[in-house]
Design a protein around this ligand. Structure first.
Ligand code: PGA
Length: 254
């Protein structure tokens, strides 16, 4: 299918996979996806597997992402990892503000904006996640919530930086639940996100930004979701943990 923007499909492995398991998975993906040129394919292993996965995908079209990073460049921040440290392993993308981090680590929009700026300063491309809870959707607050998250999480980015930023729309009620947003529901919010980007930056920037959908993406629903005009890729959790399910999502999206 012909898309205005190149699709980007990202596997978020979350807190899964030993190094050996991670290597098994990427070797399988390399075999399955060797011929895929139409989609930017990115895997985000846990940080413990990043060094080995980085080496394993050197001769492939698969790119590396991280699941989080610090807003600081270095210093006394126990347990944290900086953008510069990720760059040492050829990491190109970093997921920021995933709803699990917003919920469990209490990450707020202001912090996510600082991280996005730190990522760009190190030439890492942030994947900034936004999305409403079920209660917010049922109270008809989706646009208000997503609009506010975008404004706060993208604050301070230049137009050039925004073009190199990916936005992931992940309705919280769809993550890990098996209940994906319908293609219509996703398209409606994606079009709204693009409108917000046009007002925060400008039309030209908004047209170029890739907006991913995330939340129970699987091979059976990938094609319909990806066929929506403002859906430019997917952020995949559960279904990215196996070679077959992740490579099928990618093949079904082309
Ligand atoms: P899921 O997770 O695909 O398992 O719903 C998506 C995500 O959290 O990015």
């Amino acid at each position: 299918m012909e898309k205005e923007r190149k699709l980007i499909i990202v596997g978020n492995w979350k807190m899964n996979k030993t190094v050996a398991e991670a290597l098994d998975l990427v070797q399988g993906l390399k075999r399955e996806l060797a011929a895929v040129k139409e989609v930017d394919v990115v895997v985000c292993p846990p940080v413990t597997a990043i060094a080995d996965v980085s080496k394993a995908i050197l001769d492939s079209n698969i790119r590396l992402g991280a699941q989080n990073m610090s807003e600081h460049n270095g210093g006394a921040f126990t347990g944290e990892i900086s953008a510069g440290m990720l760059k040492e392993f050829s990491v190109r993308y970093v997921i920021l503000g995933h709803s699990e981090r917003r919920q469990h680590q209490k990450e707020c929009d202001g912090l996510i904006a600082k991280k996005a700026l730190a990522a760009h300063a190190a030439s890492l491309r942030p994947i900034v996640c936004v999305g409403e809870t079920l209660a917010e959707r049922e109270a008809d607050q989706t646009k208000e919530v997503v609009g506010k998250q975008l404004e706060g999480s993208l604050a301070g980015l230049t137009k050039d930086q925004m073009v190199e930023t990916v936005v992931a729309y992940e309705p919280v009620w769809a993550i890990g639940t098996g209940r994906n947003a319908s293609a219509d529901q996703a398209q409606t919010v994606h079009a709204f996100i693009r409108q917000v980007l046009a007002s925060l930056f400008n039309e030209a920037v908004a047209k170029r930004v890739r907006i991913q959908y995330g939340g129970s993406v699987k091979s059976a629903n990938a094609r319909e979701l990806m066929s929506q005009s403002d859906v430019d890729g997917a952020l995949v959790g559960g279904a990215s943990l196996e070679v077959r399910s992740f490579s099928d999502i990618i093949k079904n999206s082309i």
